[in-house]
Design a protein around this ligand. Structure first.
Ligand SMILES: [Zn+2]
Length: 440
């Protein structure tokens, strides 16, 4: 009888509670095979695929074996080992909706808002989104990159290993392209993996006030073709997103932008139903958008549509929290799950309404205000979040053959995620097989 084949590895993490968060095709005839990538839909959400006393072997940046600690410690010959006894290993967290990169801050506006100032008073004092637009227009690409690298460091220290970034603070063709360039350079400079989104239709800029259709003309006729050319030149696929909301872009204007974007090769996203349920979610399903984001005031029929289409519903509970909203301010997550929809979580990280750099805090909010269990929130912040940026085949799941993006959390059980908040539970971050954040 021959000895079991040995596996060479650069690193073996062992003796932890390992949460693999498997894709939803749960019947897997061959455990070592890469499963088809798909979100956990409806009541499937929360399958963590736990290996109680588990281990992960890593070589050349990828996972080469997963199993029990006893099995892998016998079979794996590793150059380095981490004993994670009494701790939890999860996939790196995925943040599928941020408004990085920007410069400046809006602390003045926050102070006014908590003191009771109205939206109009804040605008009159020079606050609101246009103050960030002015700051970004005034910044160079270098300044945008420099200002946002420390934010990526903090996000990664809190467990995010893949995220999405958007334009939308330029609102001219040149300034939108400048933001795209900064996103591209941040991705190349930092270990974080970055998905890029063009959001020229984030707001109607001051110089187009009262002429929204003229601004939509600019987006469709000039900005989108320029962004598509940039995308081809850089070999970098782009999403196109629109802020579909009362007083911003209505459903017809959003459709016009997204249909043109789809023809130019963009994948689609939409900001929908944050304050008013206009029909943006139904539009996302109709156009085959990868995600529809916010979804607070989503009409019943649009929730039902999410159960029948591939569009991932991305909830951003940091935003109503950041605005101090109460009552029915949060995504009706349980209704979306009951309809069979695929639910994901994101920060919405932005300087106006939600400066939150921690997906752990989003998980804590989701357990309380979306009424998700810790297991559901973790799956929504990993696998399903990856699916919301078209990366379900590379991020959000621990499986042999996949990139080794994983966290060691200094907690004895995954249910401490969400339960505990306000401190960072991540002890070690391993990105593409490299320890990028370690204890101390
Ligand atoms: Zn947003």
């Amino acid at each position: 009888m021959s000895a079991p084949a040995s596996i060479d590895a650069d690193l073996l993490v062992h003796s932890a509670q390992v949460c693999t968060v498997p894709p939803s095709a749960a019947v897997d005839p061959e455990p070592s095979a890469i499963r088809p990538a798909g979100p956990q839909r409806g009541s499937q959400l929360g399958d963590l695929g736990i290996i109680a006393d588990g281990a992960v072997a890593i070589r050349d940046g990828r996972i080469v074996a997963l199993g029990t600690a006893g099995d892998l410690r016998a079979r794996v010959s590793a150059a380095a080992e981490i004993n994670a006894a009494g701790k939890v290993v999860t996939p790196g967290l995925v943040d599928p909706h941020t408004h990085l990169p920007w410069v400046g801050d809006r602390a003045d506006e926050f102070e006014m808002r908590v003191a009771g100032a109205s939206y109009m008073e804040i605008m009159a004092a020079g606050g609101g989104i246009m103050s960030t637009v002015r700051a970004v227009r005034d910044a160079s690409t270098d300044e945008l990159v420099e200002a946002n690298l420390p934010r990526l460091d903090r996000l990664m220290a809190h467990g995010t290993t893949t995220l999405e970034m958007k334009t939308g603070y330029g609102l001219t063709t040149a300034d939108e392209l400048k933001q795209l360039e900064a996103i591209h350079r941040l991705d190349q400079t930092h270990p974080m993996d970055v998905a890029a989104t063009f959001l020229g239709a984030h707001a109607v800029p001051a110089e187009y006030q009262g002429r929204t259709d003229a601004y939509v003309d600019l987006v469709v006729e000039e900005m989108l073709p320029a962004a598509a050319q940039w995308s081809q030149r850089k070999q970098r696929p782009l999403f196109c997103d629109v802020f579909c909301e009362a007083g911003v872009f209505d459903v017809d204007q959003s459709r016009r932008i997204l249909v043109q974007a789809r023809e130019l090769g963009f994948q689609l996203k939409i900001h929908a139903d944050e304050f008013e349920g206009l029909g943006g979610t139904a539009l996302a399903c109709e156009l085959g958008a990868v995600s529809a984001d916010h979804l607070v005031t989503t009409p019943e029929e649009d929730i039902a549509a999410l159960g029948r289409c591939q569009t991932v519903a991305v909830s951003l509970p940091g935003t109503p929290f950041g605005l101090g909203h109460t009552g029915r301010a949060y995504t009706p997550a349980r209704s979306i799950m009951a309809a069979g929809g695929a639910l994901a979580l994101a920060t919405d990280l932005n300087p106006g309404t939600c400066w939150c750099e921690s997906m752990q805090f989003v998980i804590a909010l989701a357990t309380r205000y979306l009424h998700l269990t810790p297991a559901q929130a973790l799956a929504a912040a990993t696998l399903n979040a990856a699916c919301a940026i078209g990366r379900g085949d590379s991020a959000g799941t621990l499986a042999a053959g996949r990139p080794a993006d994983l966290l060691i959390l200094n907690i004895p059980d995954y249910r401490h995620l969400g339960y505990r908040f306000g401190t960072n539970l991540v002890e070690t971050v391993i990105k593409a097989g490299q320890v990028v954040v370690g204890p101390g």
